[in-house]
Design a protein around this ligand. Structure first.
Ligand code: EPZ
Length: 421
């Protein structure tokens, strides 16, 4: 199994470019199942999760082609298999996003239940509730959700009990082909919901209100093809900025997305660093001021994203003073704590949702183990700061969400290499 070897203590310096957003690409790929003509997608990141979604689409019968500029065209008119198997769904929970589109288009679907995962129980009750309100019959048997709607889905008033990104996306996609109007209340505001709606609209869907708590969809008989370029990955951008802050470096990220990182950039300024934004470029200079410990509380968008909680914790580990990290979205998202402690960090769990961090003068390299995607990136940040060598094991987690990470960090001056074994 591959691991990353990092020799820390080098400030990140230089320029890099953001990749396309993983968490926008996955629902958009699922949405191709709604289109009766080919959908052409550019700027999909080359990541394991994207490959898994493409594998799933191919398994369902979609035709996928890649052009010389790595644009991907998905033609789902050939779909014949309506079952998303356990082996693919267990690899990646976002596979569950094919439920709404397949049901809406074909009237029947079987999708493996995703089960729990490393960051929490992550139920899918809100996805199912939305589809039931639209007229689906749902049964659960042998670990699969079996959903049918012989006469097609009907528009409905759907009030989500919790704010859920995936639940909103599944309901939104299903509603585009339902008869009549669907109103989704308490919808997630995340940019990845907005991006999905933008792409669906290009396929011909009638959607208003995305990015607010109430999204209204007027269903139509069929959606066509479109050509869409995926926007930058806000979590990747945030991770690189935090890594630059932790190593007291100075970096500039092009093709970034400052308008959807407002809370994150404000936090980095609270840590004491200079952030500059111009159109699609973000620069951070942490060479002149040491980081000040800063409390972090994760929130749904537009708050600080849970997907940057672990990375902000790593930064707090090497900042001056004490901080409190509160995780409000997932109930078990502190698996990185004990691994950061192995690097010499001083972090204590107050309860399942709260961690207390005392900044230390230095971290020291050690073998550590990645447990989930964002936990891995916090260990990487710790490793970039730590004196000596850190070996990060189980880096397949990192490969799910960070494109060419050792190449990008290497260009910013990091001493990082991938080895086998
Ligand atoms: C998306 O997951 C992201 N994944 C996650 O990113 C991200 O952490 C999360 O949104 C929150 O921003 C993708 O976009 C592929 P949710 P999702 O449904 O949609 C509860 C990463 O590292 N809930 O918004 O699965 C749930 O348990 C990943 O890139 C229900 O109770 O998250 C959680 O506590 C990890 N019932 C909360 O809602 C439901 O039916 C938010 O989850 C659905 C969710």
């Amino acid at each position: 199994m591959d691991k990353l070897l990092v020799r820390g203590g080098i400030p990140l310096q230089g320029e890099t470019r953001a990749s396309g957003s993983k968490n926008s690409s996955l629902p958009i790929l699922a949405a191709t199942l709604l289109a009766s003509k080919p959908v052409q997608l550019d700027n999909l990141p080359h990541l394991r999760d994207v490959t898994t979604m493409l594998e799933l689409l191919a398994d369902l019968g979609a035709r996928i082609s890649v052009d010389e500029k790595l644009g991907v065209t998905v033609d789902t008119d050939s779909v014949s298999n309506l079952r998303a198997p356990y082996d693919l769904v267990r690899k990646m929970r976002a596979s569950f996003l094919v439920l709404g589109p397949l049901l809406a288009r074909y009237g029947r679907v079987e999708v493996s239940l995703p089960g729990g995962c490393a960051i929490g129980t992550r139920p899918v009750d809100q996805h199912l509730k939305a589809l039931e309100l639209m007229g689906a019959t749902i049964n659960i048997a042998n670990g699969y959700v079996i959903a049918t709607c012989q006469k097609g889905l009907e528009g409905a008033h759907v009030e989500m009990d919790v704010v859920t990104v995936g639940g909103t996306q599944n309901a939104l996609m299903a509603a585009t082909l339902a008869r009549g109007t669907t109103v989704i209340e308490n919808a997630a505001l995340e940019p990845e919901v907005v991006e999905l709606a933008t792409c669906l609209r290009q396929m011909g869907a009638d959607i208003v209100g995305e990015g607010t708590n109430t999204v209204t969809v007027n269903g139509c008989g069929q959606l066509g093809g479109c050509s869409y370029r995926v926007k930058p990955d806000r979590i990747e951008v945030g991770t690189y900025l935090i890594a630059a802050a932790a190593t007291q470096g100075r970096i500039c990220i092009h093709d970034a997305c400052p308008e959807i990182l407002v809370a994150v950039l404000a936090k980095l300024e609270e840590f004491g660093h200079q952030v500059q934004v111009s159109e699609s470029t973000i620069s951070l200079d942490a060479t002149t001021t040491a980081s000040r410990a800063t409390n972090i509380r994760t929130e749904a968008y537009p708050g600080v994203p849970t997907d940057l909680q672990a990375q902000f914790m790593a930064l707090n580990c090497v900042s001056h003073g004490y901080s409190r990290i509160t995780e409000t979205i997932f109930e078990n998202r502190f698996m990185h704590v004990q691994e950061l402690v192995r690097l010499g960090a001083d972090v204590r769990l107050k309860d399942a949702r709260t961690a207390l961090v005392k900044g230390v003068a230095e971290l020291r390299g050690a073998p550590v183990m990645a447990t989930d995607l964002r936990a891995s990136s916090s260990l990487l940040i710790g490793a970039l700061v730590a004196e000596g060598e850190t070996a990060i094991n189980r880096i397949y987690h990192i490969d799910r969400g960070y494109e060419r990470i050792e190449e990008k960090l290497g260009r910013l001056g990091a001493d990082i290499r991938r080895v086998q074994g």
